[in-house]
Design a protein around this ligand. Structure first.
Ligand SMILES: Cc1cc2nc3c(=O)[nH]c(=O)nc-3n(C[C@H](O)[C@H](O)[C@H](O)COP(=O)(O)O)c2cc1C
Length: 206
């Protein structure tokens, strides 16, 4: 752990120091990756862990596209500015995170005890906001699941989502919002750690 004021946190976290370091204190957003491939079993495990994170009414709007073919990877990278493109081309695994704008169509599956509540989401603006917000929440779980698999995540918002949707979401109603590089860190993978807000700034008790 490099943030001295957080030393005391270990004593209060039930997951233990090694897991706390893996998930939070040593985990970084990687900017370069090694060639070591990520097995499909591991990608499945990342989804299997990620999906357990809570969402509103259990709605689970996130949809993941694992980018495997060289053509798809090139199409995604081609929508990105310089350094993001080279990161997307170098990472051994690439995930495009989208949300399903028609997530409410699964209501019977994810909320089987009260499927009639689907009617609350007929309004497209409400549905889009709720879907986007909860998919972002799931994106956070996704990053933590990547870390739990012993890998580094490199989230990137810098891409043209309309172009990505044209490339991979043309046959559905999903909208991309984040690309995440996944793999073992490569050479010089980290920028300097940027400061985090102290609790005094970011929290209060009333
Ligand atoms: C939503 C989101 C979007 C990001 N977009 C980019 C990006 O387009 N390009 C990039 O190089 N890094 C991007 N990052 C990485 C952040 O700069 C990085 O996570 C942050 O500085 C913390 O770094 P650390 O995890 O190493 O402490 C993004 C991160 C997040 C969570």
């Amino acid at each position: 752990m490099s943030i001295q004021s957080e030393t005391a946190i270990y004593d209060s976290l039930a997951i233990g120091q090694a897991a706390a370091d893996q998930q939070f204190f040593d985990a970084r957003s990687a900017n370069s990756f090694s060639d070591e491939p990520v097995a499909d079993d591991v990608l499945d495990a990342i989804y299997g862990a990620m999906k357990m994170g809570p969402t509103m009414m259990n709605n689970q709007p996130l949809r993941i596209t694992w980018i495997k073919s060289p053509e798809a990877r090139q199409a995604i990278a081609g929508t990105m500015p310089g350094s993001n493109a080279s990161k997307a081309l170098s990472a051994p695994a690439l995930a495009v995170l989208s949300f399903d704008t028609d997530w409410h169509e699964e209501f019977e599956n994810f909320f089987p005890h009260a499927p009639e509540r689907k009617d609350m989401f007929q309004d497209v603006e409400v549905r889009t906001t709720v879907g986007n917000n909860n998919a972002w929440l799931q994106a956070g779980y996704f990053i933590m699941a990547v870390r739990a698999a012993g890998l580094a995540a490199g989230p990137m918002g810098g891409f043209d989502s309309k172009a990505v949707d044209a490339a991979i979401n043309a046959d559905n109603n999903h909208r991309s919002f984040l690309v995440v590089n996944v793999g073992k860190p490569g050479e010089n993978p980290w920028f300097d750690r940027l400061p985090r807000h102290d609790a005094e700034l970011a929290t209060r008790s009333v």
